[in-house]
Write a protein that binds this ligand. Structure first.
Ligand code: FES
Length: 575
């Protein structure tokens, strides 16, 4: 029998001294027999289960399935909790805590006797926070996503998480839907365990996990309630043990080529703009240079193939039955839009995993000859209003507004917007450009998902459903519209967005990738002299740390002191 490599966990469990006694003895109170400490791989199962994160509320069962696989392969599974970020309940916004959760993950992994880790991710921010934290440690790591909810059904039609809420609430304001019907729809939307089943941020990030090679094939689309989700978790448990033996660390998976594949897949699935920020932050943790220009360059030539809400008609359950991410990867590979040799966690390349994938429904996953949107991806706009860039999702925008010049109507905060948007005296019509300031990383703080401001009722009542909207905020991945987001630098950091005034002319040209404020440099300079930064919402505590250290959206909105991989060297003994 070949001698096993001495694993990291043996620095805790392998000694025959006082410290070895301490590390093993207390663990034995859970009933672990002696042979569990014999040098077998210790697998941490990083769990974001929480009843306050409804999208991840089924994760205790998922963790048990991972444990079965780990035990079967001869590993020692140990589950541990980390901060769970639930999109719907957490205020002021879950994004404020993404970096905090990543610190929890990083220090929990490094500080404990763990040789490899399985990350259980679901609701939007739970994927990037866990991957970011794990990337800063660089152990063998495998992601298991929790899976989407089953399709929502309402009165004979499909309704999708989030997307239906935005649509119905506008319908109520426009007088097209009664409040009673609106309340009725609530229970029809979320009818099983799992996360949002539109191609929102959670489904996008689960697809990114698969495209990056961080998860097993079909990680993204198997519904949470489908027994095959538990099989995937079981197989992930088996595989992570092998990954430890192979020393298949995260830096061998998260290469520039894998990120480029993920960007292309994001274009083809019509993924969320939030993926731009999260992938840049994840890349920063593992030492890969990834920029907004990469997003624009790689996304431009990719059509959106997947016809899912919010851009299209179907939902994640349909996507799974149609073939899921592997079918999309195959389509991209056949067009020469894939790094075929990018390695994945199962030890095979992404092409080896997907070259035989079938597309079972060409309405859900369209071909290159009849895409949902010709130019998918994420458009990166620049100009004197966004010197460091801004983003727009063409597949969610209205074609007639992709080139538009209009008069600015400015809201200085989201509270200002809420206070005035329903005022019949507000001087606004559908040709105007709605501008929202002070909702960026520092301004909100946490860069809330408020960029898709609802239209004024008096415009909605005319039957108009879209206007150009510009902000330094983010937008829910389930939302849609001609919405320019992530304007950098943000208003609260003194970016030009802070200097826009009512009545200014703004010109958007998505094809030319420009965003221009038609105000002279001299006038902008004069306005800048009068500008003062907004008062922080809270003084002291975590929010102060956040505002002081958060970088702008084009840098992934990570903390400046968290960028980079610090490795998993065993910390010194304390007893
Ligand atoms: Fe959790 Fe949408 S609210 S994934």
């Amino acid at each position: 029998m070949t001698e096993r490599k001495k694993l990291r966990s043996q620095a805790w469990f392998g000694g025959h001294d006082k410290d070895g006694f301490i590390h093993r003895s207390w663990m034995r109170n859970q009933g672990h027999p002696s042979h569990m400490f014999d040098g077998r791989p210790v697998i941490g199962i990083c769990n974001t289960w929480s009843e306050l994160t409804p999208c991840n509320a089924h994760f205790r069962l998922l963790a048990e399935r991972v444990k079965r696989g780990v035990l079967e392969a001869g590993g020692f599974p140990l589950e541990f909790p980390v901060m769970s970020l639930g999109e719907t309940n957490l205020r002021p916004t879950a994004m404020l805590f993404r970096n905090l959760a990543s610190m929890d993950v990083e220090e929990s992994i490094r500080g404990n006797p763990i040789d490899g880790v399985v990350l259980l991710c679901g609701c939007d921010k739970t994927t990037p926070s866990l991957v970011m934290g794990a990337a800063s440690c660089n152990l063998p790591t495998l992601v298991v996503s929790g899976g989407p909810m089953l399709n929502g059904h309402y009165r004979g039609g499909l309704i999708g998480s989030g997307t239906a809420v935005w649509q119905f609430s506008e319908d109520v304001k426009a007088g097209k839907m009664s409040l009673e019907d609106f309340m009725d729809a609530e229970a029809c939307m979320s009818r099983s365990v799992g996360h949002c089943m539109t191609m929102g941020t959670a489904s996008t990030m689960a697809s990114m996990v698969e495209a990056l090679g961080l998860g097993l094939p079909q990680n993204a689309a198997i519904p949470a309630a489908d027994s095959r989700r538990n099989v995937l978790a079981h197989m992930a448990g088996r595989r992570i043990v092998e990954m430890v033996h192979e020393n298949l660390t995260l830096d061998r998976i998260l290469t520039k080529a894998n990120f480029e594949n993920a960007i292309r897949v994001n274009g083809a699935i019509g993924g969320s703009t939030n993926a731009v920020i999260h992938l840049i932050a994840m890349a920063g943790r593992i030492g890969v240079e990834l920029s907004l220009d990469d997003w624009d360059r790689l996304g431009r030539e990719v059509p959106t193939l997947v016809d899912l809400m919010p851009s299209g008609r179907f939902l994640m359950e349909d996507f799974y039955y149609a073939g899921g991410v592997p079918a999309v990867v195959r389509a991209l590979g056949e067009q020469g839009l894939l790094h075929r040799d990018a390695l994945t966690v199962n030890g095979r390349t992404i092409w080896e995993n997907c070259e035989g994938a079938k597309n079972w429904n060409e309405e859900v996953i369209r071909g290159f000859d009849r895409p949902l949107v010709e130019h998918g991806g994420v458009a990166v706009l620049r100009g004197n209003l966004a010197p460091d860039g801004a983003v727009l999702k063409p597949s969610a925008a209205s074609p007639h507004l992709m080139k538009h010049r209009g008069r600015a109507v400015v809201f200085s905060s989201i509270e200002d917007y809420h206070a005035r948007i329903e005022d019949p005296a507000l001087d606004i019509d559908e040709t105007c450009v709605m501008v929202l300031q002070n909702c960026g990383p520092k301004g909100y703080p946490g860069m809330a998902e408020v960029g898709n401001m609802g239209l004024p009722p008096k415009v909605l009542q005319k039957g108009i459903t879209d206007m150009v909207r510009i902000s330094d905020a983010r937008m829910s991945g389930t939302a849609y519209g001609t919405v320019v987001l992530h304007v950098c630098p943000e208003a609260a950091a003194g970016g030009p967005l802070a200097l826009v005034r009512d009545g200014d002319q703004i010109e958007l040209d998505v094809e030319a990738r420009t965003l221009h404020l038609h105000v002279s440099d001299a006038e902008l300079e004069r306005r800048r002299k009068d500008w003062t930064p907004p008062e922080p919402a809270m003084k002291g505590g975590y929010q102060s740390l956040y505002v002081e250290h958060v970088m702008q959206a084009d840098k992934g909105a990570d903390f400046d002191f968290l960028v980079g991989c610090r490795g998993a060297a065993v910390p010194r003994e304390s007893h």
